[in-house]
Design a protein around this ligand. Structure first.
Ligand code: HGY
Ligand code: MN
Ligand code: MN
Length: 407
């Protein structure tokens, strides 16, 4: 019976568009940085939909929100979900699709009068993006018991507020106890170019690459831009620029899957005629191969030390996030692939370039992911788009996989 069930694509799209109105940017896209007022409004909207579906909604101490639809038998739920916080220039689908497709799966079953044996759960995790407060996947890391609450609440964000302050301010510090999960399947847009380039509809995600985020603070000596000879400069801005150049060169030399990004750079005093005495910037290194990722980190730090010596500056650094590559549960990966093929979709096995909550859930239960194509491979950009037919395909694969796991 449930093998023939299909989601209602217009209902899913309506929710995606409705949630996209919260924190909507003029000209398109969304900004709902974690634990901001916009995030609160988005949380309230999704929680309202959970309550309309009659789910048992719980909020845990770090603001993770989970709605549970009890099955005919007691026991840990088959869970899906993702995140609804976004980067500053977010799209409609990153994270949001996985949460709203979870609601759609449950509503489809409810309307068909199908009650699975196992409970179903759909959740959204706090601060998956890590853009305001590092690390990313903070909420799901706490959810699986790998991050102490006190440590998480003490994290200070890019605007000087702590997680605890921001969480309390939006009223989402709950009291739900930790929960067991039978299995976790996350639907997400690929956020990269592979599926579209190959004309494939369903990405069968085998794992997530390693992530290394570091913040560097270069301290030099501010001086007059017009009177200071080059030989006398201790130019924090020049050192930062040189390191930005270096990380790209290093990634190209390492080859393979190595990538490197400097996404944030702040100079002080940030004036046209003052040699900067401080530069603060972030380096995001990723690789599917942990050994090469460690090599990249070691080479970067060695280069920083040499450059600091040469330029007479000091460079401090602190890790913002560090997660080793994760492999998903092979049986679950196989099940996703078989289900997508049964539904008549093209598939392709692949790693995830982006971090996801599923990589944290994998620490406590079998976990895996379903990708659908991103148009022009674009994400973390207001132009992020996925064709409705692909959204529908992904949500139907999610429906069928969850039905199989829950019955
Ligand atoms: O950075 C990431 O990979 C994810 O978007 N948090
Ligand atoms: Mn995401
Ligand atoms: Mn993201």
């Amino acid at each position: 019976m449930s093998a023939d069930l299909r989601i209602d694509p217009s209902r899913l799209l309506d929710r995606i568009r409705s949630l996209g109105q919260v924190g909507a940017l003029p000209g398109g896209g969304v900004c709902r940085l974690a634990l901001t007022e916009e995030d609160r409004r988005g949380r309230d909207r999704v929680r309202g939909w959970m309550e309309e579906l009659g789910l048992e909604v719980g909020v845990d101490p770090l603001g993770n929100v989970v709605g549970v639809w009890p099955g005919t038998e007691p026991g840990p739920p088959v869970m899906t979900g993702s995140h609804i916080d976004t980067v500053r220039t977010g799209g409609l689908y990153d994270g949001n699709l996985g949460v709203l497709a979870g609601l759609e799966v449950i509503e489809t079953l409810q309307r068909a009068g199908v009650r699975p044996r196992r409970s179903l759960a759909v959740g959204f995790f706090t601060n998956e993006e890590g853009a305001r407060f590092a690390p990313d996947m903070m909420g799901s890391l706490y959810f699986v018991g790998a991050l102490p609450l006190r440590q998480a609440r003490a994290v200070v964000g890019i605007d000087g507020k702590s997680v605890g302050e921001a969480l309390d301010a939006i009223g989402y510090a709950g009291a739900s106890p930790p929960m067991a999960v039978h299995a976790f399947v996350e639907l997400h847009v690929e956020q990269g170019p592979v599926l579209e380039e190959e004309g494939v509809t369903i990405g069968v995600v085998e794992g997530v690459q390693g992530i290394s985020w570091t913040e560097f603070t270069v301290t030099g000596i501010s001086n007059h831009a017009g009177t200071t000879p080059l030989r006398l400069r201790h130019d924090a801005g020049w050192v930062a620029g040189s390191l930005i150049q270096y990380v790209r060169t290093m990634a190209l030399e390492l080859g393979g899957d190595q990538i490197a990004t400097v996404g944030s750079l702040r100079l002080h005093p940030d004036l046209v005629n003052v040699i900067p005495n401080r530069a603060v910037f972030t380096v995001d290194l990723r690789n599917t191969d942990e050994a090469v990722l460690q090599q990249a980190e070691a080479r970067l730090h060695a280069h920083v030390r040499a450059l600091a010596e040469q330029e007479g500056v000091t460079v401090a650094h602190r890790s913002l996030a560090r997660f080793e590559p994760v492999s998903f549960e092979p049986e679950l990966v196989d099940r996703i692939e078989a289900t997508a093929l049964r539904l008549g979709h093209t598939t392709r096995r692949m790693p995830s370039g982006a971090g996801h909550d599923a990589q944290m859930l994998a620490r406590i239960c079998p976990a895996a992911m379903i990708f659908v194509p991103s148009v022009r491979g674009i994400s973390h950009n207001v132009a992020e788009h996925t064709d409705p037919a692909d959204l529908e395909a992904g949500a139907n694969v999610l429906l069928q996989v969850m039905c199989e796991l829950a019955t």
